[in-house]
Design a protein around this ligand. Structure first.
Ligand code: P6P
Length: 343
């Protein structure tokens, strides 16, 4: 049996298709692969390495940082900043962007990253993930980078992806020409192409939402879940791991929709636009799916701040269209309740 391509071989082949590229993106993607292997090693032995539990610090999200959050953040930042391809890094774990070498004058790319999403699940051995988004800098090379380099819409992404530290460790990414998945063989420390040309199945039958939120979330989400529960025939299944990367990955393979809606007390929901919603939206669209918020396509959303939140609905086209119908029904219902204009 011919050997499956390694992640390194695959990205080098991708570079060969663009002979005029500088190789900086190849270096950056390679560095992401290296950093993920290092983090994976610690995640897999967390219970032995005295690295479970809280770090005793609070991040910008006002969330207790897990020891592994801090470890993953420092590992990705150190490796990406030293590679020479990156001008700046926006991390969920850092209030302000990390400006790389010489005020960011040199690196060609900007990275936005959630170093370890769902990390509170580590202590109970549930899958967690890293999510990354890569943009080309906006400010000219040679000048210091600024906010405008980080606050770009999802449609500007050069690449995005995630690493899933699960029953096996996978790296899934896109550069805009489809989605490819690589599985880590721990025996040799290499990611091998295991899921070429990933696409959502034609139809999805899974919905992922925190049921405890239904009483507090927007009407479209409640209408959608009611619809799923009442559908006759090939019934829906509710699956919610509480780890976005794990839920997204299962829905990508089996077909489904993940919802984190706007809430009464959190009108923009919980998830972060730049390093959670937009990178997975790029993957979803490249895999034949869709990703929207309460206004429209997530990839079109122009961010105003680094840690901006967004309601998020991502998955199969048929399920997103069903959700859009619920948004319309909710809008019509609210209009029906408006006081009628006297004739
Ligand atoms: P809740 C993890 O904190 C996360 O950002 C996602 O990975 C996950 O889907 C979601 O939040 C879980 O949030 O409110 O359902 O516990």
């Amino acid at each position: 049996m011919s050997k499956a391509k390694t992640f390194g071989e695959f990205i080098m082949d991708g570079q060969a298709a663009f002979p005029f590229v500088s190789g900086q993106l190849t270096r950056l993607l390679t560095d992401i692969g290296v950093a993920s292997k290092i983090v994976n090693h610690q995640v897999n032995r967390a219970g032995l390495a005295g690295i479970l539990g809280e770090a005793g610090s609070i991040n910008i999200q006002d969330e207790a940082q897990q020891k592994l959050d801090v470890y993953a953040d420092s590992t990705f930042n150190r490796i990406l900043a030293s590679g020479g391809s990156v001008a700046g890094i926006g991390s969920e774990e850092q209030e302000s962007p990390i400006i790389c070498g010489d005020e960011g004058r040199k690196g060609k790319y900007i990275v936005l990253i959630d170093p370890l999403d769902g990390s509170s699940n580590v202590d109970v051995n549930v899958s967690i993930g890293t999510i990354f988004s890569i943009h080309r800098r906006v400010t000219p090379m040679g000048e210091p980078i600024s906010d405008v380099d980080f606050l770009q819409p999802g449609v500007n992404q050069i690449a995005s992806g995630y690493i899933l530290y699960g029953s096996s460790t996978m790296l899934v990414y896109t550069t805009g020409s489809g989605v490819n998945g690589f599985t880590l063989d721990p025996a040799v420390g290499e990611f091998f192409l295991s899921h070429p040309a990933m696409e959502f199945p034609e139809r999805g039958r899974i919905y992922s939402i925190n049921d405890a939120l239904l009483g507090k979330c927007s009407l479209p989400s409640r209408l959608f879940v009611d619809g799923c529960r009442q559908t006759r025939g090939a019934r829906f299944r509710a699956r919610y791991i509480g780890s976005l990367v794990a839920d997204f990955h299962r829905n990508l393979i089996q077909g489904g929709i993940y919802l984190y809606p706007s809430l009464a007390k959190k009108p923009l929901g919980k998830l972060r636009l730049l390093y959670e919603c937009a990178p997975l939206a790029f993957i979803a669209e490249q895999a034949g799916g869709m990703a929207i918020d309460d206004e429209g396509r997530v990839m079109d959303r122009i961010p105003t701040e680094l840690h901006e939140r967004s309601p998020y609905y991502v998955g199969n086209r048929n399920l997103i269209h069903a959700f859009l119908a619920c948004q319309l029904a909710a809008k019509n219902r609210s209009m029906d309740t408006l006081p009628k204009r006297e004739k």
